[in-house]
Design a binder for this molecule. Structure first.
Ligand code: AMP
Ligand code: FES
Ligand code: ZN
Ligand code: ZN
Length: 310
């Protein structure tokens, strides 16, 4: 196996690109994929303050590293979700990397700062922990970015994640989600811009990137995610990709180029209908946002009597 660029010994092949790379040119390949995603979707402008949501996993640590090397002013945000040892270790990997990188890391601990942990929320709501986890992340990424003066939030969602979510949305023809599924969600009143600069890199590539760059990351998956639907979609897509390399990318990028626009109107309509949460001021379709409702359900806050309908 020879490097496509320098013909030296390759350390990794990327079948989707029908190419192999040595260490130096693989790192360059990852940088280029991020640069292309950022430019083609106009994700970030020079001089903007970027808040990178870092979980301690390979994707978000690789993302943070790449953005800083590409010259962006990118700081980290870690949410302690209170998922036992898994969260403790994830926090340790994140803090160690922030030190290595020499960039500020903001931390929010759900238990201490919001009054509940993900296992507690799952027990009280008797729904999937990933539901409470997802809504807490969405809310806090946005509110922390606004409070601390960041222009944009970047997450480590990669090609595999996005293709799996797309498959799920297509299987249910969920037109609202299809309209919102895009690597850039523009800023709207009450929301900062959200971007996914790793959409052009698969998870095998982000893992290899971390290993080659000496970045230690949390290898364990979230223990509460077992049986999660997305894992099944990923398996199906991996089987397809194995038979015909490039199908995942064709599926996702074909949608972004030719499908997304057809559903975008629906998402705009939903956004126009939002008011302000009467407790925290966040945009919401109801009177109290999902985050505040969850906090009241777990007993972390008391809602005014007139709002206690649900
Ligand atoms: P997941 O929802 O676990 O697939 O993670 C998707 C992305 O959300 C990651 O790549 C991170 O950018 C971000 N993220 C997930 N968990 C956390 C966390 N505990 N703290 C900060 N960001 C996170
Ligand atoms: Fe966090 Fe499912 S509980 S991903
Ligand atoms: Zn090379
Ligand atoms: Zn609220």
């Amino acid at each position: 196996m020879k490097c496509r660029v320098c013909k030296g010994a390759a350390v990794i092949d990327v079948r989707r690109h029908n190419a192999a790379f040595c260490k130096e040119h693989f790192v360059h390949h990852c940088d280029e994929q991020v640069r292309r995603a950022v430019h083609s979707h106009r994700m970030l402008e020079p001089g903007e303050r970027v808040l990178v949501a870092v979980s301690g996993g390979k994707d978000s640590l690789a993302l943070w590293d790449i953005l800083v090397r590409l010259g962006y002013e990118a700081d980290g945000l870690y949410l302690g979700l209170g998922i036992g040892e898994y969260s403790d270790e994830s926090g340790d990997y994140t803090r160690a990397f922030a030190q290595q990188l020499g960039r500020p890391l903001h931390e929010v601990d759900l238990g201490a700062d919001a009054g509940y942990t993900i296992p507690e929320a799952a027990a009280v709501t008797r729904r999937s922990p990933c539901g409470a986890c997802g809504l807490s992340k969405r809310h806090l990424f946005n509110s922390v970015a606004i409070e601390r003066g960041y222009d944009v939030v970047a997450t480590g969602h990669n090609l595999d994640d996005e293709a799996a979510v797309l498959l799920g949305n297509v299987l249910r023809w969920d037109t609202g989600y299809l309209g919102r599924q895009h690597p850039v969600l523009p800023a709207t009143p009450g929301f900062v811009r959200k971007v996914k600069p790793l959409v052009r890199l698969g998870e095998r590539e982000t893992a290899a990137y971390c290993v080659l760059q000496g970045i230690d990351y949390q290898v364990e998956e979230c223990p509460m995610a077992a049986g999660n639907r997305h894992l099944g979609y990923k398996e199906v897509l991996n089987a397809l990709e194995d038979r015909s390399p490039g199908s995942k990318a064709a599926f996702l990028f074909g949608f972004l180029e030719r499908g997304h626009e057809r559903f975008a109107g629906e998402a705009e309509h939903e956004r126009d209908e939002l008011g302000e949460c009467s407790v925290c001021g966040a945009p919401t379709p109801g009177t109290v946002c999902a985050f505040c409702r969850l906090r009241s359900q777990v007993g972390a806050i008391e809602l005014p009597v007139e709002l206690k309908v649900r």
